[in-house]
Design a protein. Structure first.
Length: 232
């Protein structure tokens, strides 16, 4: 089934042809940025809306009946960051010279960019994570530093709970934990926690390649830290 998603030329001019085409191509189900209700571009026409205010922009989707594809300008403070980000949890093993390291991935798909003065645009969620103790690392193969104040709890069953000293990042998450991974985490008592933004195709893939995570790390879209884990 094909999708019907319109993106205006002025939106393309602002975000660039490559990003616009990539964003447009992956839209299926969405939450309308105008009315707040669910939509499906496979069932009804949708449009891409770029909302901009000084220092902050957000690329979103709306029902065609609610808006035209456009760049919508907001005044200072009128466009704010969401209070929470939907995180998708996944366990994986990271190869290293000393054996496989257990890792817990919490990833999201977000299209928010902040611009401040002459600084390069940045993902505000990643910046908050660094402020709370996670770290930028040069590559997936390099061990991450420890992150004080963080903890990951897995179980009972398939539940996942992750928090830092500052706040709860994931509560009542749900994922399958293979017995081999659980044994590895029990042996070490800690995991490499990886948090950040992934491309849509990677985020929702059944078995994404490690190179996709490595690319996100190198681009600064994902940060990491070694944290204690509690298995229940």
């Amino acid at each position: 089934m094909t999708t019907s998603v319109t993106i205006a030329s002025d939106v393309i001019d602002q975000v660039g042809l490559q990003k616009a085409a990539e964003f447009q191509s992956r839209i299926t189900e969405f939450e309308c940025v105008e009315c707040g209700t669910a939509g499906d571009a496979r069932q009804e026409p949708a449009v891409v809306v770029l909302r901009r205010s000084p220092g902050l922009s957000h690329l979103g989707v709306a029902h065609h009946r609610c808006a035209d594809s456009q760049v919508r300008e907001y005044g200072p403070g009128d466009l704010v960051l969401a209070g929470a980000v939907d995180l998708i949890p996944r366990v994986l093993g990271l190869p290293s010279p000393h054996g496989t390291r257990p890792a817990l991935l919490l990833a999201y798909e977000e299209e928010v960019t902040v611009e401040e003065g002459d600084e390069p645009p940045y993902d505000p969620v990643v910046r908050h994570l660094v402020a709370e103790g996670l770290h930028h690392v040069p590559s997936l193969g390099k061990p991450a530093p420890r992150s004080a104040g963080w903890q990951a709890v897995i179980g009972p069953g398939t539940s996942v709970h992750v928090r830092s000293n500052a706040r709860v990042h994931l509560e009542d998450g749900d994922m399958y934990v293979p017995p081999a991974w659980r044994m590895l985490a029990e042996e070490t008592g800690e995991v490499t926690l990886m948090m950040g933004r992934l491309e849509h195709s990677v985020l929702h893939s059944v078995t994404p390649p490690l190179v996709a995570y490595g690319r996100a790390i190198k681009m600064g879209h994902m940060v990491a830290g070694v944290v204690p884990i509690v298995l229940r």
